[in-house]
Design a binder for this molecule. Structure first.
Ligand SMILES: NC(=O)c1ccc[n+]([C@@H]2O[C@H](COP(=O)([O-])OP(=O)(O)OC[C@H]3O[C@@H](n4cnc5c(N)ncnc54)[C@H](O)[C@@H]3O)[C@@H](O)[C@H]2O)c1
Length: 364
């Protein structure tokens, strides 16, 4: 591994375990793979042909939620052991959030901790999950129930890899980028919009979207690596979104569910008398979300088939709520994103339900 390896643009992220660099350069995939020669690589099965073309070896894993689980981990750990990994080995993950979560988790526990690096391959992972150091894996029916915080050594991003992603996967990632920039504030979101985020955007424009989104996320994770204050705002859209994701049995993917969750959160505030009239960034965000969610095949049918009782039940059992209040990340009247604790009353429960129903109709 050559220590001096650099990509066209980079940023340096500070974390509790030291700082790590994130390099971004289109077309850098094979060069980055060569940089990691000698490492133990865990790669998404999708990339097997690309590895064969590059003459590189890896442990290939299908990117499924079932494989991102505590149950599936021992067999993968055994494969890494058989491949000869020891305490000095660097683990490298090549794939989207599933391969990232699995690899980061294994890296944090294998022989009490290995160094690991990451080459993200989905838009969601490039704009969001590749920094922050969190890993979450599934246990039985429970998604992301256990995890660790184990920051990577370095992250190398090739935005050109996104070209082969299905449109709804691109939309899912662009929604996460829009969310992060919107949470960061007016300037960050204005830059995001100016890059013209869309399914058909050029790789050069995507490169700018990635840089802007990571710079916005950097602000949150460097101030609050362990999710106590500022970073909590990045849960914008998550309470409604997780409820929708679960109630549709994951037919709606995470990023899309977050987009729907943001629309629900804004609708909830409107039910409670908040007006966003004249707040341009709220209008732009909602228009962007409408465009992105329209990329999802049969979303209207999926949303109509969702059990309203189940979505409400899941909304109510979010772990962020307290006994007498809901904890929600919402858009304030001026467009800023804020955390609010809202007393649990029958009226608020009706507002929650109405907000979700309005968004279900909006998808039709
Ligand atoms: N650790 C974190 O901070 C964090 C943050 C957000 C989400 N996540 C987790 O990430 C997971 C979702 O990850 P994701 O959306 O990045 O995708 P993914 O890893 O679930 O992959 C989605 C699909 O895209 C395929 N794929 C990956 N790269 C491709 C490419 N370049 N071209 C074509 N197909 C490709 C995969 O094989 C898979 O079929 C969830 O499990 C979620 O919980 C983790």
């Amino acid at each position: 591994m050559s220590a001096s390896f650099e990509l066209a643009s980079s940023l340096e992220i500070k974390s509790s375990t030291g700082s790590y660099s994130v390099g971004i350069e289109s077309g850098s995939f094979e060069r980055s793979l060569k940089h990691f020669e000698g490492a133990a690589i865990i790669a998404d099965e999708f990339f097997r042909p690309a590895f064969e073309r590059a003459g590189a070896a890896a442990i290939f894993i299908e990117a499924t939620e079932m494989n991102k689980s505590l149950d599936a981990s021992p067999a993968i750990i055994e494969r890494i052991r058989k491949a000869g990994a020891n305490r000095q080995t660097e683990l490298v993950a090549v794939g989207g959030g599933i391969i990232q979560d699995l690899s980061a988790f294994i890296a944090s526990v294998y022989m009490r901790g290995l160094r690991w690096s990451y080459m993200p391959t989905t838009v969601l992972a490039m704009v969001d999950s590749c920094i922050g150091g969190k890993s979450s894996i599934n246990v039985g029916p429970y998604k992301n129930l256990v995890g660790t915080i184990h920051p990577p050594e370095r992250v190398l991003i090739d935005p050109a890899l996104a070209r082969t992603l299905p449109d709804d996967q691109k939309a899912s990632g662009l929604i996460e980028a829009a969310k992060i920039c919107f949470c960061r504030g007016e300037e960050s979101f204005a830059r995001h919009v100016a890059y013209g985020p869309s399914i058909g955007m050029s790789t050069a424009a995507l490169e700018q979207v990635i840089g802007n989104s990571l710079a916005a996320k950097q602000w949150f994770i460097e101030r609050d690596e362990f999710d106590k204050k500022e970073r909590l705002l990045l849960n914008f859209g998550h309470t409604f979104g997780h409820a929708i994701e679960g109630a549709t049995h994951f037919a709606v993917s995470h990023g899309i569910a977050v987009g729907l969750g943001i629309l629900c959160a804004n609708e909830f505030e409107r039910q409670r008398g908040v007006s966003y009239a004249g707040v341009e960034r709220v209008t732009l965000l909602e228009e962007h979300l409408d465009t992105m969610i329209s990329e999802v095949p049969n979303l209207a049918g999926t949303m109509r088939a969702m059990s309203m009782d189940e979505v409400i039940e899941r909304f109510g059992s979010d772990k962020k709520h307290g006994p007498g209040h809901y904890t929600l990340i919402l858009t304030a009247e001026n467009g800023d994103v804020v955390l609010r604790k809202i007393e649990k009353t029958a009226q608020v429960a009706r507002d929650v339900e109405r907000a979700i129903q309005t968004v279900v109709k909006r998808c039709s």
